[in-house]
Design a protein around this ligand. Structure first.
Ligand code: FHN
Length: 481
């Protein structure tokens, strides 16, 4: 009998160890329950609005190379690729122009907070390979070149303003001498198609470097809330390109609550249908990341029941360019924010500071206007869910559940009704209540079986978007529009 108990106990131990062993082979998302994931994602889903910052050596070049404009539109953070400069030539031209002034990070953080952003994602390293932190595994970094740790300056300034912080980190690297760029025909490289300048490259060595720098960033700067990886291609992604699952697990070991995007991969299950910035699918297995990343566009119907974030520039370039004057209007920027929130997504709006860290005047002015709008109307963005309506002729809608089983609809009116009557296509048993969000004034409401009519008057309170609150019993029942 005793012998039998010993055998059974040993069998139980062996089985437990083997299951635990297999579990660690899988990405840690495999061990997280949907409820745990919802808890980890909650702040991000409520935030709805973040600031993106593209800043690095390219910022000092400002879209100009050897005294000539490279382009008036398009990403000037790619200037090294655009002029096909090797890394030494690029560094020689760029480093003298990258002179971060004291206090630049405080200006960014205060600007983001005043604009109503709840998080700030900034480039710790872009494709040029120059790291903004004080790296022990690279000499091509702010520590070695400037004797400063710019990542620390930025994250400390953000934390002081109560912002959540994200690290954008490029997996593409145009500097590292073991990054084997010939392994991909699709990813950009300044010397694309040319043989390696150093004959042979061992990409495994670059992967170790990539993981080592990620480990530095996750270990040395306190709480990090988001990692914004960038980017993979259909012919070079995942395990082969970056040892992605191991990289994600290492990051999560150091930052267990961190949220990551989907760009260590480029497959349909990770939210990608191809190489274009519009090529997103409506599927995301959490093992590939936490949110889908449409770029420079807003999916027409959002990505229902998925976490997604549209990133956008204010003009046409991510990194600063003195030649790009194609600034979006304040109306467009605010209506983009509303449109994205009405579809259940987040808006990551980019600024491209100059080589000294100062922010272009146009961006400062627009962020001030956005902040003024958010100070009055932020409740219609933060913590909201997607609209119950497929389409509204006069604007957008977001919604929140209220205590007592009611639902608050936030009606964002872009086109004011000429007769002063705002028609909302919902069926109601009980006449709902309505008020202007800005001043709380109650508005007269009439409802029949098919629709609710809100008497909003002739004067247009806010030409960009006036928000009307409509509180209905239970869940809104949309009538056939
Ligand atoms: O190549 C980058 C680009 O420079 C910029 O950083 C954008 C931002 O989402 N991501 C890549 C292009 O998709």
């Amino acid at each position: 009998m005793i012998k039998r108990c010993i055998v059974l106990t040993l069998l139980f131990i062996v089985l437990t160890l083997s299951i635990r062993g297999h579990a660690s082979d899988k990405p840690s998302s495999a061990t997280e329950s949907p409820q745990q994931r919802d808890g980890r994602m909650q702040w991000w889903r409520n935030a709805r609005f973040g600031m993106f910052v593209h800043w690095g050596l390219y910022s000092g070049l400002a879209g100009t190379w050897e005294g000539k404009p490279v382009a008036t539109q398009g990403g000037m953070e790619w200037i090294q690729q655009r002029v096909k400069a090797d890394t030494a030539t690029y560094a020689k031209n760029a480093i003298p122009l990258f002179k971060p002034k004291e206090g630049f990070a405080t200006q960014w953080a205060q600007m983001a907070k005043n604009a109503g952003c709840r998080y700030l994602v900034f480039t710790t390293k872009h494709h040029d390979g120059f790291a903004l932190h004080d790296s022990k595994v690279s000499e091509f970094d702010a520590g070695s070149v400037l004797n400063r740790d710019l990542v620390k300056e930025i994250i400390d300034a953000c934390h002081k303003e109560g912002l959540r912080v994200g690290f954008y980190h490029s997996v593409i690297d145009w500097h590292h001498d073991q990054y084997a760029y010939l392994l991909s025909k699709e990813l950009p490289y300044p010397l694309k198609g040319q043989p390696y300048p150093n004959d042979h490259r061992d990409h495994e060595k670059y992967i170790q470097f990539l993981h080592a720098q990620a480990n530095e960033l996750m270990s040395n700067y306190g709480q990090v809330d988001v990692v914004w990886w960038d980017y993979s291609s259909t012919d070079f992604q995942g395990e082969r390109a970056w040892k992605s699952f191991e990289l994600m697990d290492r990051v999560k070991e150091k930052q267990p609550h961190i949220i990551m995007n989907n760009r260590l991969f480029r497959i349909p299950e990770a939210g990608f249908s191809g190489m274009g910035t519009h090529a997103v699918t409506d599927q995301l297995d959490p093992k590939y990341g936490d949110f889908i990343t449409p770029e420079q566009h807003i999916p027409a119907t959002g990505l229902p029941d998925l976490d997604w974030e549209t990133c956008m520039t204010m003009n046409t370039t991510w990194g600063f360019s003195e030649h790009d004057h194609a600034w979006k209007s304040d109306e467009k920027l605010i209506r983009n924010l509303i449109d994205i929130a009405s579809k259940g997504g987040n808006y990551l709006l980019n600024i491209g500071p100059k080589g000294d860290g100062s922010v272009p005047e146009e961006s400062i002015k627009s962020l001030q206007v956005i902040g003024d709008w958010m100070k009055i109307n932020g409740a219609s963005i933060y913590g909201t869910k997607a609209s119950p309506f497929e389409k509204l002729s006069w604007g957008r809608c977001s919604q929140k559940s209220l205590p007592g089983g009611k639902t608050r609809l936030y009606l964002h009116v872009f086109d004011w009704p000429s007769d002063g009557k705002l028609i909302v296509p919902i069926m109601t048993q009980k006449v709902p209540t309505a008020r202007r969000l800005a001043d709380g004034d109650t508005l007269r409401v009439v409802s029949n079986k098919e629709r609710v009519t809100i008497f909003v008057g002739d004067a247009i309170p806010d030409k960009i978007a006036t928000v009307i609150e409509l509180d209905v019993e239970g869940l809104p029942e949309v009538s056939h529009q």
